[in-house]
Design a protein around this ligand. Structure first.
Ligand SMILES: *[C@@H]1O[C@H](CO)[C@@H](O)[C@H](O)[C@H]1NC(C)=O
Ligand SMILES: *[C@@H]1O[C@H](CO)[C@@H](O)[C@H](O)[C@H]1NC(C)=O
Ligand SMILES: *[C@@H]1O[C@H](CO)[C@@H](O)[C@H](O)[C@H]1NC(C)=O
Ligand SMILES: *[C@@H]1O[C@H](CO)[C@@H](O)[C@H](O)[C@H]1NC(C)=O
Ligand SMILES: *[C@@H]1O[C@H](CO)[C@@H](O)[C@H](O)[C@H]1NC(C)=O
Ligand SMILES: *[C@@H]1O[C@H](CO)[C@@H](O)[C@H](O)[C@H]1NC(C)=O
Ligand SMILES: *[C@@H]1O[C@H](CO)[C@@H](O)[C@H](O)[C@H]1NC(C)=O
Ligand SMILES: *[C@@H]1O[C@H](CO)[C@@H](O)[C@H](O)[C@H]1NC(C)=O
Length: 572
C-alpha cells in the first residue's frame, strides 16, 4: 500500500515535471532586430529595434505576455521624419530608446547620414513622441543639441530630464564615453553642460566603446547599464550604480553581467546592448542583441545578423541585477514562460489594398513605385532607374528572413521586357554591396522581346579572416544566363536558405494552366558568407532580407512587374 502510494506520488511528480517543462525560446524577434529597447505601460510591453538605411524606421513590437510579439508599426514612417536618400549601408536609423512619461511615449533615435571620415563629425540624435502608440502616428523629430548616438531619456523623480548618450572625446582620438546633460523635454534644448559621466569598465582606449546607456531608478538607487567592448565577440553589458543619475558610479564586482565572448563555442555570441523592464508581478526581464553563428566559433555564417533575445533578471542580496541567473545567454532558457516558437509561415496573397507593415523599402522612396490595386491580388512594382547596387532607392520591397533555414517563393507574372536593361526578380539582400539575385531580363534592344533568367551571386575574392570581423572591397560577382521559353509567361522564383548557403531557382509556368509549373531549375548555390562581406570602413549591423525588384538598370522602364503572393517558410 505504502509502495503503491509512493509510486503514485512519483508518477504525479513526474507528470508535474513534464507539464512544467516551460522554456523561453530565443530569439524572441527572429531575423535582424539589433539594439532592442523594451518598455512596459500597464499590461502592454513594447520593443523597438534598429533599421539603418531601411524605411520605415524603428519597428514597434507589442506583447502582453513577452512571448507573442506583434509588429504594430514604425516610429519613423514619414519621409519628413526619416529622409535616407544617399545614406550608406548600415548608417541610417540607429539604436532607439523607448520610454513613457505622463501619458506620452518617447522614442529616441540617431540617424547617421554619412560615413565620410574626412568630415570627422558625429550624428545628432533626436526623439519623436506619440500619445497613442497603436495609432502609428509619431511626431516630427525633436533634436537634442549633443553630438553622439544611442541616446537615452531618463526622468528623475524631481522632474529633471536627462539625456545620456555615447560620444567621443574629440574627433581625432575618438575615445568613446558616456556623456550626459539635462534637457528641456519640450524642445530638446540643453539645460546643463555635457558631462562625461562614465568611461566604461575596459581600458579607456578607442576599442573600448562604452555605448547604449540606459539609466534606471530602482529602490532609490540609480543604475547605469551600458554596452561595451565593440560590436563583435567582445560585446557585453555592464552595470554601475550610484546616488544620482550622473554617478559617482560604484562598479558591480560581477561585471560583465552579460558576456558570451569568453567562450566562442557558445551558440549565441556578440551579446549586449541590453535594456530591462519590470513586469506587473514585480519580476524583471531584459532584452539584448545576439547572433547565432551556424557552426561553432564561426562568424562567417551569421547572415541573420543581430536578433533580439529575452532573459530573466533577478537581483542579488546586495541589490545588483543578475542577467539570466548568471548564465550565458542561450536559445532556450528553461523554467520560464512557454516553449513557443516565434517562427511562422508568412503568406501574403496581396489582396489587401495597402502593404502589410513587415515590408521595407531600401531608403525613403521619392514617390510610390508599388501598387496593390493596379492589378487585384498582385503586388505591382513600377521600375525606376536604380539598380540594386546603387546607393539610392531602387524599386525593391524587402522582408526580413526569420530563420537560417527558410524558403522564399513568389511568382513573377507576365513580365514583358522592353530592352536588355529591363529586369525584374527576387533577391537575397543585405545592402548595396551584398545582394544575390535571380530575375528575368531582356536579351536585346531589337524589340524581339526575348527574355532569359539572369542569376547574380557574390563571393569574396579572398578570405583574410572571418568576414564579419574584417572588411574587404574585393568581391566577385558571378553572372549566368538561362534560357526561357516564353516572352511573357509566369516564372516562379524560389530561394532556399540553409545554415551556410542559399540556392536560387526558377520554374516556368504553363501559360494555359495558371497554377502548373515545371520543375525548379536551380541556377546557383552560394555561400552565405557573402551576406556579411563589408567594404572598407563599413559595418555589419543588419542581416538578410528577401526582396522583389523591378529595375530599368539606369534607364526608366515601361515594364511593370506583377508579383503573385509572397511566401516565406521558415524551417527549424
Ligand atoms: C502631465 O500631463 C498633463 C497633461 O498633458 C499636464 O497637465 C501635467 O502638467 C503633466 N505633469 C507632469 C508632472 O509633467
Ligand atoms: C585597448 O586595450 C585593450 C586591453 O589592453 C587592448 O587589447 C586593445 O588592443 C587596445 N586597443 C587599442 C586600439 O589600443
Ligand atoms: C526593493 O525594495 C523592496 C523592499 O525592500 C524589496 O522587496 C525589493 O526586492 C527591492 N527590489 C529590488 C529590485 O532591489
Ligand atoms: C563552451 O561552450 C561549449 C558549448 O556550450 C561547452 O561545451 C563548453 O564546455 C564551454 N567551455 C567552457 C570552458 O565553459
Ligand atoms: C544591350 O543591347 C545593346 C545592343 O542591342 C548592346 O549595345 C548593349 O551592350 C546591351 N547591354 C547589355 C547590358 O547587355
Ligand atoms: C580595395 O581596393 C583598392 C583599390 O582597388 C585596393 O588597393 C585595396 O587593396 C583593396 N582593399 C581590400 C581590403 O581588398
Ligand atoms: C545547404 O545547402 C547546400 C546546397 O543544397 C548543400 O550543399 C549543403 O550541404 C547544405 N548544408 C546544410 C548544413 O544542410
Ligand atoms: C500545359 O497544360 C496543359 C493542360 O493541362 C497540358 O496539356 C500541356 O501539356 C501543358 N504544357 C506544358 C508545357 O507543360
Amino acid at each position: 500500500m505504502r509502495l503503491l502510494r509512493t509510486l503514485l506520488c512519483l508518477v504525479w511528480v513526474l507528470a508535474q515535471e513534464l507539464m512544467n517543462t516551460f522554456a523561453l525560446i530565443n530569439p524572441i524577434l527572429p531575423g535582424w532586430n539589433p539594439d532592442p529597447t523594451i518598455l512596459r505601460v500597464g499590461p502592454d510591453y513594447f520593443i523597438a529595434t534598429s533599421t539603418f538605411e531601411y524605411f520605415p524606421g524603428h519597428p514597434i513590437y507589442y506583447s502582453t505576455n513577452l512571448v507573442d510579439w506583434e509588429l504594430i508599426g514604425h516610429a519613423l514612417n514619414r519621409p519628413r521624419q526619416l529622409s535616407l536618400l544617399g545614406t550608406p549601408s548600415d548608417a541610417g536609423a540607429w539604436a532607439p530608446t523607448l520610454r513613457y512619461h505622463n501619458g506620452t511615449f518617447y522614442l529616441t533615435s540617431t540617424v547617421r547620414y554619412v560615413y565620410t571620415y574626412e568630415l570627422r563629425q558625429f550624428p545628432r540624435s533626436f526623439f519623436v513622441t506619440t500619445t497613442d502608440i497603436f495609432s502609428n502616428q509619431w511626431s516630427d523629430p525633436v533634436y537634442f543639441d549633443a553630438l553622439g548616438y544611442d541616446a537615452d531619456l531618463f526622468w528623475d523623480s524631481n522632474g529633471d530630464v536627462y539625456n545620456t548618450w555615447s560620444g567621443i572625446n574629440n574627433a581625432i582620438d575618438k575615445i568613446y564615453g558616456i556623456y550626459q546633460n539635462k534637457i528641456d523635454i519640450n524642445t530638446g534644448n540643453t539645460l546643463t553642460p555635457a558631462e562625461l559621466i562614465f568611461t566604461g569598465t575596459l581600458p579607456d582606449n578607442s576599442s573600448a566603446r562604452p555605448e547604449g546607456p540606459h539609466i534606471y531608478l530602482i529602490n532609490s538607487t540609480y543604475y547605469l547599464l551600458i554596452a561595451e567592448g565593440g560590436s563583435g565577440p567582445e560585446h557585453r553589458s555592464t552595470i554601475q550604480r550610484g546616488p544620482s543619475p550622473s554617478g559617482p558610479w560604484e562598479n558591480n564586482p560581477a561585471n560583465p553581467i552579460l558576456f558570451n565572448g569568453a567562450n566562442l563555442s557558445l551558440p549565441v555570441q556578440y551579446t549586449g546592448h541590453a535594456d530591462i523592464v519590470q513586469a506587473p508581478d514585480g519580476a524583471w526581464w531584459g532584452v539584448a542583441l545576439g547572433v547565432r553563428p551556424q557552426t561553432v566559433g564561426d562568424f562567417d555564417h551569421i547572415q541573420l545578423g543581430r536578433e533580439t533575445f529575452l532573459f530573466p533578471v533577478t537581483f542579488d542580496t546586495l541589490g545588483w541585477p543578475v542577467f539570466n541567473h548568471g548564465l550565458p545567454l542561450s536559445t532556450e532558457i528553461p523554467d520560464v514562460l512557454t516553449d513557443k516558437s516565434h517562427l511562422s509561415t508568412f503568406y501574403d496573397s496581396f489582396t489587401s489594398p495597402t502593404l502589410q507593415n513587415s515590408y521595407y523599402f531600401l531608403r525613403t522612396p521619392y514617390k510610390p513605385f508599388h501598387s496593390l490595386t493596379a492589378r487585384p491580388s498582385f503586388l505591382r512594382l513600377l521600375a525606376n532607374s536604380y539598380a540594386l547596387g546603387d546607393r539610392d532607392n531602387p524599386a525593391l520591397i524587402l522582408r526580413k528572413q526569420t530563420s537560417y533555414e527558410e524558403t522564399f517563393e513568389t511568382i513573377l507574372d507576365g513580365f514583358v521586357t522592353g530592352s536588355n536593361l529591363t529586369e525584374a526578380g527576387v533577391t537575397v539582400f543585405y545592402g548595396d554591396f551584398a545582394h544575390n539575385d535571380i530575375g528575368v531580363v531582356g536579351v536585346s534592344d531589337d524589340g524581339s522581346g526575348e527574355r532569359v533568367v539572369v542569376t547574380r551571386t557574390l563571393s569574396p575574392a579572398e578570405q583574410v579572416g572571418p568576414w564579419a570581423l574584417t572588411t574587404t572591397n574585393s568581391t566577385v560577382t558571378t553572372v549566368t544566363y538561362t534560357p526561357l521559353s516564353t516572352k511573357s509567361g509566369p516564372v516562379k522564383f524560389v530561394v532556399v536558405g540553409n545554415s551556410t548557403s542559399y540556392s536560387l531557382g526558377f520554374a516556368e509556368g504553363n501559360a494555359t494552366e495558371t497554377d502548373s509549373f515545371g520543375e525548379i531549375t536551380y541556377t546557383a548555390t552560394f555561400d552565405s558568407v557573402s551576406m556579411s562581406v563589408m567594404p572598407v570602413n563599413d559595418f555589419f549591423f543588419k542581416g538578410a532580407s528577401f526582396g522583389v525588384y523591378n529595375t530599368g538598370n539606369g534607364r526608366p522602364s515601361l515594364s511593370p512587374a506583377d508579383f503573385r503572393y509572397w511566401k516565406q517558410t521558415p524551417g527549424a
